[in-house]
Design a protein around this ligand. Structure first.
Ligand code: GLU
Length: 423
């Protein structure tokens, strides 16, 4: 295994290897694909924010624009203490491949601020967001680079974002960012879209295996925007959710958790998930949750969760990658040998950017759709990409990730050939 204790795992190395393998299978030369192994532009900014007590703190922020071959750069902004340049670079590259695969006319980008938002008051968070916009606003725009929510960045934060950007420009620019509050031009269905997309990916995989969602046992790591929606929708479809966790810890119940009650406890009453108490509910550590026996495991938290250390112990039959990069390349090989089906992040969690695209289209047309229309279009696009990837993986006898990268690279290289070398 290439992961040594001295060398921290660098997800960007995995991405480059995956691209090169896909290019070789497609018979491409370096001339065709080399550009996609490099981010086109990387911006790092430092910006001051006044804290409530009058002190000034300086924060680091990033925006990496990986590729704009298919359209404007697109991707979320995360607030997290672990945000680093290499991580943002990988997240931006995943967006390029995700957009190409799902069929939205965008390139890939990603941004972030190194901060623990839990340590900030609401007004500090607002000032931080507005200062970050000022630091990067020359590099973004509705036809240039369109940010969106990611870890710890909500619709409210996107609202501050669009307001600050519009003030700087002097006119209302709703299409500069997606995932906004509905009142500011957000799309119905956007908040649920990534979780809903994961559920579509799980439903389609089960269908291929001639199984039903009803009665399927599910484990979810992460109870934020992606994890809790996926758990809730699967629960409503009759699946049995055996365990869920967030950064505070996890809970498990062999008979299945009452997800609506848990969602209300965590998101309604703002309690920590680990403090949830109910009959037959036991605490579980995040590490143990990942290796539980179940039909479907949904890692919907951070990257690098399933790695060379725990891959052998994974007992799930299907993994739906709600998070970006939850499985390392080493671990992916082990899972494939074990016969575990992994629906890769660039397919499984593409629901978010798909409905972001719908939001952007609605903003540009100033014509808004019903939630049914949004959900129906999302289902159609997810199913199309899923069936293309499944078909290719069966035909080439490769795992779904390799097939997804082949398909996405084909779209990128084909477009690049029409455009020429320098754009
Ligand atoms: N942050 C989400 C992702 O990783 C959504 C990005 C977007 O909507 O632009 O896919």
């Amino acid at each position: 295994m290439s992961n040594t204790p001295n060398k921290p795992h660098n997800p960007y190395d995995d991405i480059v290897k995956t691209i090169v393998t896909a290019a070789e299978r497609l018979g491409y030369s370096e001339n065709d694909y080399l550009i996609f192994t490099h981010p086109k532009r990387e911006l790092k900014v430092s910006f001051p924010v006044r804290m409530d007590n009058g002190d000034i703190k300086v924060f680091s922020g990033y925006r990496v624009q990986h590729s704009n071959t298919l359209g404007p750069y697109k991707g979320g902004i995360r607030y997290h203490p672990e945000v680093r340049d290499n991580e943002v670079k990988s997240l931006a590259a995943w967006m390029t491949f995700k957009c190409a695969l799902i069929g939205v006319p965008y390139g890939g980008g990603k941004g972030g601020v190194t901060v623990d938002p839990k340590e900030l008051s609401e007004s500090e968070l607002e000032r931080l967001t507005r200062r970050f916009v000022r630091a990067i606003y020359r590099s973004i725009g509705e036809y240039v680079d369109i940010p969106a929510p990611d870890i710890n960045t909500s619709a409210k934060i996107m609202g501050w974002f669009v307001d600050e950007y519009s003030s700087l420009k002097g006119y209302n620019c709703p299409a500069v960012v997606t995932g906004k509050p509905i009142a500011l031009g957000g799309s119905l269905g956007r908040v649920e879209a990534t979780g809903r997309g994961c559920v579509i990916a799980a439903r389609e995989t089960l269908k291929k295996l001639e199984k039903e969602v009803e009665g399927t046992t599910v484990v979810v790591q992460g109870f934020g925007n992606v994890g809790h929606i996926a758990a809730k929708l699967l629960y409503e479809m009759g699946a049995k959710i055996l365990a869920v966790s967030d950064s505070s810890g996890g809970v498990q119940c062999d008979a299945g958790l009452n997800i609506p009650e848990l969602v209300d406890f965590v998101h309604g009453q703002k309690n920590q998930l680990k403090d949830y108490k109910a009959k037959n509910v036991k605490p579980i550590k995040n590490a143990d949750l990942l290796t539980m026996a179940c039909d479907v495991l949904i890692p919907a938290a951070l990257d690098n969760q399933i790695n060379a250390q725990n891959a052998n112990d994974i007992k799930a039959k299907i993994i739906i990658e709600g998070a970006n990069g939850p499985t390392t390349l080493d671990a992916d090989k082990v899972l494939h040998q074990k016969g575990i089906i992994v629906v890769p992040d660039i397919l499984a969690n593409a629901g978010g950017v798909t409905v972001s695209y719908f939001e952007w289209v609605q903003n540009l047309q100033n014509f808004y759709w019903t939630e049914e229309e949004v959900n129906e279009k999302l289902d159609r696009m997810m199913c199309k990409a899923f069936s293309e990837v499944w078909k290719l993986s069966t035909h080439e006898k490769i795992n779904l990730r390799s097939a997804a990268y082949m398909r996405a690279l084909e779209v990128l290289v084909n477009t690049k050939r029409w455009k020429g070398v320098y754009y």
